[in-house]
Design a protein around this ligand. Structure first.
Ligand code: F6P
Length: 323
């Protein structure tokens, strides 16, 4: 009997998801497996929206952002009834293995589905946030930081010309990987992220000191999930203690779109390939990631319960290079 694999993308879309779908489909066909695509995340399982894929279904998508399968944060799948329906659909269609591509919410769903409904599930890390344990990088992160960086460079031009202070908000509700990376690469004066406490007075002093030293522009990167508030809130909190005019720029969804970078396409292709190889070896119940250039398998629960740590050394570098 031919092994049947189904693939879906779930949660926030991330550039490189299409490259991962392509790799899953083409590797499956290479090994003689049948493969189908589930529409709109876990919703497609609940509502039986699944279509068979072949080589040509994934032609010309490696360079495309978003996800050709559509995605969703499915509340229907979270209910016991929804999961039962999803399981029935898999059984009726004879699907043996489900490959899910997404972030922490996707991995939570995968754990519950695989354990409570006895389904073979494998995960691939696909989120711009890079906040999954068990992989050095998630698919989409590299594109997101490059998108953000391009915008920050442009903001720097206008900030320097008008000698202005900018608060630039980047994505990351629960994590500061994007903030820290673009803070370093963009030469920011400071970076505020959810993982570290924000001292608003210290920030104001830093800005004043930087201006006193004659800096023409100051850019403060704020992760949207910083515990002191978003970029507007933080700017409001420091405004009475600083002497200069400021502007706020929220980069938002621009970070999540566009053609994936080479790094994201390479990572997505390697992980998609590795996931199907894992199917062949009978590996299940885990996320396929890359750590120190090696493929690793991490139980679903660890991917979101064990916190991937930010590198505090980066903070130090940002501080030293900004002075
Ligand atoms: O998880 C990816 C992400 O882009 C976060 O950085 C952001 O906080 C969130 O998704 C936005 O979610 P939504 O697309 O539901 O607005």
């Amino acid at each position: 009997m031919t092994t049947k694999i189904a693939v879906l993308t779930s949660g926030g879309d991330a550039p490189g998801m299409n490259a991962a779908i392509r790799a899953v489909v083409r590797t499956s066909l290479h090994f003689g497996f049948a493969v189908s695509g589930v529409r709109d995340g876990y919703n497609g399982l609940v509502f039986n929206n699944i279509e068979e894929l072949d080589r040509s279904s994934v032609a010309n998508i490696i360079q495309r952002g978003g996800t050709i399968l559509g995605t969703a944060r499915s509340s229907d799948f979270e209910t016991a009834e929804g999961m039962d329906k999803a399981k029935k659909v898999l059984v009726e269609r004879g699907i043996d293995v489900l490959i899910v591509i997404g972030g922490d919410g996707t991995m939570r769903g995968a754990k519950q589905f695989s354990e409570e409904h006895d389904v073979n599930v494998l995960g691939l890390p696909g989120t711009i946030d890079n906040d999954l344990y068990g992989t050095d990088f998630t698919i989409g992160f590299d594109t997101a930081i490059n998108n953000a960086l391009e915008a920050i460079d442009r903001i720097r031009d206008t900030a320097a010309s008008l000698e202005r202070l900018f608060f630039v908000e980047v994505m990351g509700r629960f994590s500061g990987f994007i903030g820290l990376a673009v803070g370093l690469a963009g030469g920011a004066e400071d970076v505020l992220i959810p993982e570290t406490p924000t001292d608003v007075n210290a920030l104001a002093n830093k800005i004043n000191e930087s201006t006193r030293k004659g800096k023409k522009s100051n850019i403060i990167i704020v992760s949207e999930g910083d515990e002191a508030g978003n970029a507007f809130t933080i700017a409001e909190k420091v405004k009475d203690c600083i002497k200069e005019d400021y502007r706020v720029a929220v980069l938002g969804y621009i970070q999540r779109g566009g053609s994936p970078t080479a790094n994201d396409r390479i990572l997505a292709s390697k992980l998609g390939f590795a996931a199907v190889e894992a199917v062949q070896k009978g590996i299940k119940g885990c996320m396929v990631g890359e750590v120190d250039k090696k493929i690793v398998f991490t139980p679903f629960e660890d991917t979101y319960k064990k916190k991937k740590k930010i590198d505090p050394a980066i903070y130090k570098i940002i501080e030293i290079l900004a002075t």
